[in-house]
Design a protein around this ligand. Structure first.
Ligand code: FCB
Length: 457
């Protein structure tokens, strides 16, 4: 079952197999070499925000174990590594002086990848906003988008010659709704007006970032990583179907619409248009510049029903139960077909460029026994989602690569270190890394690439 050789044959020879991480989740060394705090340092140091009051101070100590971790990536046989760059290392106060030592670290990282023949996929923003910017309103302030543009330009000027691809943002859904409306992620706001401002200014920052990348390095493949939601109505009834359509606009349309069509969804504007910040002339053009690629992060479907409560705020939905109660240890429903449904629906609704699955993976918390980690459910999860990806390629969708989340267990945001997504187990006491069964399996699969049956140009 799940023979990696059989699975490998279902992919074109130039399909990219990679692993992914993010700076705050693995680096630690939060006070080293000129880094200053991000909103996640502040958030995780407040009681009641992150499980067990865990924080990013040490994490996987990746900052100090860079070479060893690059060897680990290489040992997984992958041809690409997706990582994020910490803005608070590069421009520690958000605006103001550039910190050369921060740039030096990513220089070493990128050179280390190149030396090992591994492609570098960088993400500019994976949620670690410099804390100083929060004093001016963080993402609810328009000037944060311009501060981001300067940061993007600074990074690309230094690293752009050696990157294979760059993403402006990781999962704006999280840094907008989850962070400013649902209060689960930093800065922990629960405020629709704040969220609407964060939404537009994040979209604007994406566009300004693309402009900065283009100005510095016109040939560099620029993209955006979205955790599009595969939305399923709780029933066939009209009310629930309409609820699912509203949810699509709210959770997906407010990002895909501006970026790929130059407009916010109508339903959304009629609900919130008057509460949105001013959309200035040129904003929508800036946001909708063509991209070379986009990334999908997919884990679990979203099931919704109509919320009958009087005055329920748009999108007026309540969660609907899963169809089968198969869940990861973090509680997320496992439902493989949703990945295919999602790619088909998004390509039907928008003119999308080439797609990488920039994150997919599963949370299972089994530990090391006799030097090994038997995480068969993770292996199965990844194999099944890759099976769907191969189906999509056969149907003609431009799926170009897959990055397993994650290279190693790490700081799982509000869940702290208790939730493990790694192909490699991390013992946080000793920092010992142990490749799990899934990691060995993935290495066999990825090691088969690139191979001889490349797609015709
Ligand atoms: C995604 C994040 C990533 C990781 C996974 C499990 O939302 O992008 O950092 O935490 O979820």
């Amino acid at each position: 079952m799940n023979d990696p050789k059989i699975l490998a044959d279902r992919f074109p020879g130039d399909f990219v197999f990679g692993v992914a991480t993010a700076a705050f989740q693995i680096e630690g060394a939060t006070k080293m070499d000129g880094r200053k705090p991000s909103i996640w340092d502040a958030f995780s140091n407040m009681p009641g925000r992150v499980y067990g009051r865990h924080n990013g101070d040490v994490a996987c100590d990746h900052y100090n174990r860079l070479e060893e971790d690059l060897d680990l990536i290489q040992s997984l046989g992958v041809s690409a590594y997706r990582f994020s760059i910490a803005w608070p290392r590069i421009i520690p106060e958000g605006t103001g002086p550039v910190n050369e030592k921060g740039l030096d670290f990513y220089d070493r990282l990128v050179d280390g990848l190149k030396a090992r023949g591994i492609k570098a996929f960088a993400t500019l923003y994976h949620w670690d906003l410099p804390l100083m910017l929060a004093g001016d309103g963080g993402w609810t302030a328009r000037q944060t988008a311009y501060a981001y543009q300067r940061y993007a330009k600074t990074v690309i000027a230094r690293l752009g010659d050696r990157l294979d691809a760059v993403a402006t943002f990781n999962e704006p859904w999280c840094s907008v709704w989850l962070s400013h409306l649902y209060g689960i992620h930093a800065p922990g706001e629960r405020n629709m007006d704040a969220a609407l401002h964060a939404l537009h200014f994040t979209n604007l920052a994406h566009g300004l970032g693309v402009a900065a990348i283009r100005a510095e390095r016109p040939q560099l493949a620029a993209g955006l990583v979205l955790n599009a939601h595969s939305i399923h109505a709780g029933s066939d009834g009209e009310a629930d179907q309409a609820a699912a359509a509203r949810a699509f606009d709210f959770h997906n349309g407010v990002f895909f619409g501006p970026v790929f069509k130059g407009e916010y969804p109508e339903s959304f504007l009629s609900a919130f248009g008057t509460r949105m910040p001013a959309i200035e002339p040129g904003d929508m053009e800036t946001i909708s510049q063509p991209l070379d690629w986009w990334g999908l992060n997919y884990y679990t479907p979203m099931r919704v029903s109509h919320d009958p409560a009087e005055g329920a705020e748009f999108p007026a939905t309540v969660p609907a139960p899963p169809v089968a109660d198969i869940r990861m240890d973090i509680g997320w429903e496992v439902f493989t077909p949703a990945l295919g449904d999602l790619i088909r629906k998004l390509n039907a609704d928008y003119a999308l460029p080439a797609c990488y699955i920039t994150e997919n993976g599963a949370c299972y918390n089994m530990g090391v026994e006799n030097g090994a980690v038997d995480d068969q459910p993770r292996l199965d999860y990844i194999a099944e989602h890759l099976g769907v990806t191969a189906d999509l390629i056969r149907e003609g969708y431009p799926m170009r690569g897959y990055f397993a989340w994650s290279l190693m267990d790490n700081f799982e945001w509000a869940e702290g270190y208790r939730m493990r997504f790694g192909l490699v187990h991390v013992d946080y006491e000793t920092q010992l890394r142990t490749i799990k069964k899934s990691g060995r399996w993935y290495a066999e699969l990825a090691g088969a690439f690139p191979k001889g049956n490349h797609r015709a140009a």
